[in-house]
Design a protein around this ligand. Structure first.
Ligand code: NAG
Ligand code: NAG
Ligand code: NAG
Ligand code: NAG
Length: 344
C-alpha cells in the first residue's frame, strides 16, 4: 500500500517529523541497560549524536558535537539490536541497512544516506497532531526509555506489544501486514523492523529501574490514534517510532535448503519476538518542543540541506559524524560466532 504518497496528496497532516539518521556506530555498547559495561551483551546499531558512549549522563544536547540525523540540533541516540544472516554452514554475517524512501532533499529518495534508521516523532496519529486538543510535551534532558524485551519468547508474552513488528517489503514503500515474528519467506525488498515507543510519561522520572515503568504504552501500532493517557502517566510526550530497513536481499541466493528462515537478532533470537529498541533524548535546548508546537509536517519541517522550522544539515554532513569503536572485535564480514555468544 502506497500510504505515504497518498498522504502527501491528501495534505491533511500537521506537526509530525520523519527524518533520516545515518549510522553513527555499530558495536557492543549499551549506556542505557548496561551502563559502563565494555562490551555489553550484544551488538547494537546506533544512530544520532557522537556523545554515544558506555556511560551517558547529563544533558546530551550539550555534550555531542555532531549528529548523523537530518536535524542538526538532534543529538539523541537511537539504537536497536543488529540483524545477522546465519549461513547453513554455521557462519554469520551482518545484514546491511539501507535508507528508507523519501528522506532526502524535499522528501526525495536519497540512497546516499548511509544505513541507519528512519525516526518519527508524531503527535495524535500519523495524520493529525491533535493541535489544541492535547499539547505534546517534549522530553526533558536526561530522559531515556526502552521498548520491548530481548527475553520475550512467545507472541503472547509480556512485551509482545502491537507497536513492535516486521514488514516483509515487496518494495521500499510496502506498509501493512506487520508480523510479530520474522517473515518466513525471502522478502523482495528486505525486512523493515518497526519500533513504536510508549507516549505517556509519569511526568516525574527521566528513567526507571526497568527503563519502562516511567512510561505507559497505549500504542495500538501502525501510527493509529492511541487511547488517552492514564492518570498514572498523564503527560503526553511525542510518539517516537523507528523504522529500520534491513537489506536481506543480498543473501537471497543463500536461503537454506530446508526452507527455514535464516535471520537472527544479535541476541540470538531467530523468532524475532525479543525485538526491542532504546531511546536516549538529546535534542538541544527547546528545539524539540519548538517543532512539536508548530504545524509543519515531515520534510516541510526541513529536509537534508533545506531549512524549515528546524535546523538541518546535508547528507554529506550526516554521514561524516561517527563514534569510534571502543571494543576490538569484528562485527562485519563472515563470523564464526555472534559477538558475545561463543559457539551459540
Ligand atoms: C567515553 O567515555 C570515556 C570514559 O568516561 C572517556 O574517556 C571518553 O573520552 C569518552 N569517549 C567519547 C567519544 O566521548
Ligand atoms: C560459510 O559460507 C560463507 C559464504 O560462502 C563463507 O564465506 C564462509 O567462510 C563459510 N563458513 C564456513 C565455516 O565454512
Ligand atoms: C489552535 O491554537 C492556535 C494557537 O493558540 C491558534 O492560533 C489556532 O487558531 C488554533 N486552531 C484551531 C483549529 O483552533
Ligand atoms: C497482505 O497480505 C495479503 C496476503 O499475502 C495480500 O493479499 C494483501 O494485499 C497484503 N496487504 C497489504 C496491505 O500489503
Amino acid at each position: 500500500m502506497k500510504w505515504f504518497s497518498l498522504l502527501l496528496q491528501a495534505g491533511l497532516s500537521q506537526a509530525a517529523i520523519r527524518f533520516a539518521c545515518s549510522q553513527v556506530s555499530i558495536q557492543r555498547l549499551d549506556p542505557l541497560v548496561e551502563p559502563g559495561q565494555i562490551p555489553s551483551a550484544h551488538v547494537h546499531q546506533i544512530v544520532g549524536g557522537n556523545a554515544f558512549n558506555a556511560t551517558m549522563t547529563g544533558d546530551i544536547g550539550e555534550q555531542a558535537s555532531c549528529t548523523t540525523c537530518t536535524y542538526s540540533e538532534d543529538f539523541s541516540n537511537y539504537w536497536t539490536a543488529v540483524m545477522y544472516f546465519r549461513h547453513e554452514n554455521g557462519s554469520y554475517k551482518r545484514v546491511p541497512q539501507y535508507a528508507n524512501a523519501q528522506l532526502g532533499y524535499e522528501g526525495r529518495d536519497d540512497p546516499s544516506i548511509k544505513g541507519g534508521m528512519t525516526v518519527y516523532y508524531t503527535q495524535k496519529d500519523f495524520w493529525n497532531n491533535g493541535l489544541n486538543e492535547t499539547r505534546i510535551t517534549a522530553f526533558p534532558p536526561g530522559f531515556r526509555m526502552t521498548v520491548g524485551n530481548p527475553g520475550t519468547k512467545s507472541i503472547s508474552g509480556p512485551g509482545a506489544q502491537p507497536g513492535l513488528g516486521y514488514t516483509c517489503l515487496q518494495t521500499i514503500l510496502t506498509r501493512g501486514n506487520e508480523t510479530r515474528d520474522f517473515p518466513k519467506e525471502p522478502c523482495p525488498a528486505g525486512i523493515m523492523a518497526i519500533h513504536h515507543f510508549p507516549a505517556c510519561w509519569d511526568g516525574k522520572n527521566v528513567d526507571s529501574p526497568d527503563h519502562q515503568s516511567h512510561m505507559f504504552d497505549n500504542t495500538i501500532g501502525a501510527f493509529r490514534e492511541a487511547p488517552p493517557c492514564p492518570e498514572s502517566h498523564p503527560v503526553r510526550v511525542p510518539q517516537v517510532a523507528y523504522e529500520t530497513m534491513w537489506d536481506t536481499t543480498v543473501f537471497k541466493d543463500m536461503w537454506p535448503k530446508d526452507g527455514s528462515q535464516p535471520f537472527v537478532w544479535s541476541f540470538m533470537d531467530s523468532k524475532g519476538y525479543g525485538t526491542h529498541a532504546d531511546y536516549l533524548f538529546g535534542w538541544k535546548g527547546d528545539s524539540l518542543q519548538r517543532v512539536m508546537d508548530d504545524n509543519c509536517f515531515f520534510h516541510g519541517c526541513g529536509s537534508p540541506g533545506k531549512q524549515g522550522i528546524l535546523k538541518t544539515q546535508t547528507v554529506e554532513e550526516m554521514n561524516k559524524c561517527s563514534v569510534k569503536d571502543m571494543i576490538e572485535e569484528d562485527t562485519e564480514g563472515w563470523l564464526d560466532e555472534l559477538p558475545g555468544y561463543p559457539m551459540g
